[in-house]
Structure formats: C-alpha cells, structure tokens
Design a protein around this ligand. Structure first.
Ligand SMILES: [Zn+2]
Length: 119
C-alpha cells in the first residue's frame, strides 16, 4: 500500500502510478543501515602515552623502582604495559599508559593570567 502524494489516493503495491491523477509512484527512501563501526580498541577520549626512565649510572633496580612508582601513581586501570630495554648499555624502562585527551578549551590556563584577573 502506498499513498499518492498528489491526490492522497490509497493504491496497491502493484501499481506504479496513481490511477486517479496519473502521477508516478514516488521512490521510497533508501534505508541505509545506521551505526558505524567502532574504530578499534582505544576507548574514546583517551590517548596512549608513555614515560620512560633511563640513566647510565642507574641500576635496573633504581629504574624499575621509579617506573613502579610512576605506574602506581597512574593507576592500575590506566597502565597498559611496562617494557624495558638496553640501549647501548643504557637501561631504559618505559611505562605505557592511557591518559585523558585534553580538550582544547581547557588546555589554555595560562591565557587567563595575561588578561586582567577578575577581582
Ligand atoms: Zn493521485
């Protein structure tokens, strides 16, 4: 069943045009599947960041202790991975973690200092 947009006559599906006013049957709006694929494992509003600890004179114990302290500060929910490597006899411990994406509107706290502060 479709309704003629011109005269409002109710018509059966098999008719391609209105028998009353001869206007053609309007094309039905294409129903596209709604919804987009989520883009990967990264949660929205978060970006992957890292902090590395290195030092020629530092021992592994010292670097791991610093990395562990940093990872504790970040929190268990946000720490993705902790890796370590030796770069030219220089130990490097890297802590990978998620940090919230900064909004551009909130990222300029120093701009208010240049302007006159409100009393
Ligand atoms: Zn009609």
């Amino acid at each position: 069943m479709w309704i003629c947009p011109k005269c409002g006559e109710k018509l059966e599906e098999q008719f391609g045009s209105c028998w009353r006013c001869s206007s053609l049957r309007p094309a039905e709006p294409a129903q596209e599947p709604a919804g987009s694929e989520p883009g990967g494992d990264q949660p929205p509003g978060w970006k992957l960041s890292y902090q590395f600890f290195r030092g020629t004179l530092a021992t592994w114990d010292d670097l791991f202790t610093k990395a562990a302290y940093f990872a504790t500060e970040v929190g268990p929910e946000r720490v993705l991975n902790i890796s370590h490597s030796v770069d030219d006899a220089d130990g490097v411990v890297t802590v990978w973690y998620w940090e919230p994406k900064e909004d551009a509107a909130d990222a300029a706290p120093s701009a208010s200092e240049t302007s006159s502060p409100s009393p």
